[in-house]
Write a protein that binds this ligand. Structure first.
Ligand code: APR
Length: 231
């Protein structure tokens, strides 16, 4: 196996599924219960902030009560024991990577943070956010969840692309590969000459682009994969 110094790992909702947090596009997933355009766009928030806060309040409560599973713990172990660099970027807005002791870049924001739509100030979100909440910095009544909605620009993209262009191995864990720019990360890594591996329950929309596939539940496949990397 070639020498690996720099890893980039992308996680999606599938890594948190076994912690009891619903995914988006699996059977009965979040997008089967709510229409994206009703709860996950800036227009939805302008039209019905009450409904949008209710959607994220429920997920914030659920996420706070959830525990990391063996996959989250394995990635934290990898980050602390791997001799090279482990750049962990997540599409998830739950805090389970952090609860397991890992450091993750949240490209779609985080349930734990609130954002002021007027002055861009960010602060620790209360478990239940209300409509018209005042920004602690500029006092405008324009607090919103610090979540990247459809039609908005994901966070930290320069940093992420920089890591993809210099990595030796790219792994995608528990993501359906249906939402860009994350779905395009594997191509970026391949162009940089990295090896690529997908860990998922089943094939995703980007499976064709990966060199290797490890099929099964993340709580089983990720610890075994990390053991091999640390051997
Ligand atoms: N172990 C491994 N993979 C799993 C497991 C599991 N236990 N359970 C489900 N999966 C896989 C599914 O096969 C699927 O490929 O996780 C993936 C979940 O896909 P999505 O629900 O589409 O979630 P994700 O890819 O993270 O969505 C990306 O879309 O809605 C937006 O912003 C939202 O960040 C989200 C983005």
């Amino acid at each position: 196996m070639r020498k690996i110094d720099r890893l980039v790992i992308l996680t999606g909702a599938g890594i948190s599924a076994e912690s009891g947090l619903g995914t988006f596009r699996d059977e009965g997933g979040l997008w089967a219960q709510h229409r994206i355009e009703d709860v996950a766009t800036p227009e939805a928030f302008a039209r019905n902030p009450e409904l949008v806060h209710r959607f994220y309040n429920a997920r914030r409560v659920q996420s706070a009560a959830a525990e990391p599973n063996a996959a989250h713990h394995a990635l934290a172990r990898l980050q602390s024991e791997f001799p090279g660099e482990v750049f962990l970027v997540t599409q998830n807005v739950d805090g389970l990577h952090e609860k397991a002791g890992a450091e993750a870049i949240h490209m779609h924001g985080a349930l734990s943070r609130a954002l002021c739509a007027t002055c861009d100030h960010r602060w620790e979100a209360p478990t239940e956010m209300q409509v018209g909440e005042l920004c602690p910095a500029c006092t405008a009544p324009t607090a919103r969840p610090d979540i990247v909605w459809f039609g908005e620009i994901p966070y930290h993209m320069e940093h992420i692309i920089g890591a993809l262009q210099t990595c030796d191995l790219f792994a995608a864990i528990g993501t359906s590969g249906q939402v860009y720019p994350a779905a395009g990360f594997v191509e970026e890594a391949r162009m940089a000459g990295a090896a690529t591996v997908e860990l998922n329950l089943r094939d995703s929309d980007m499976s064709y682009a990966f060199d290797d596939h490890i099929t099964g539940p993340a709580s089983k496949t990720v610890p075994a994969w990390v053991d091999r990397l640390l051997a």
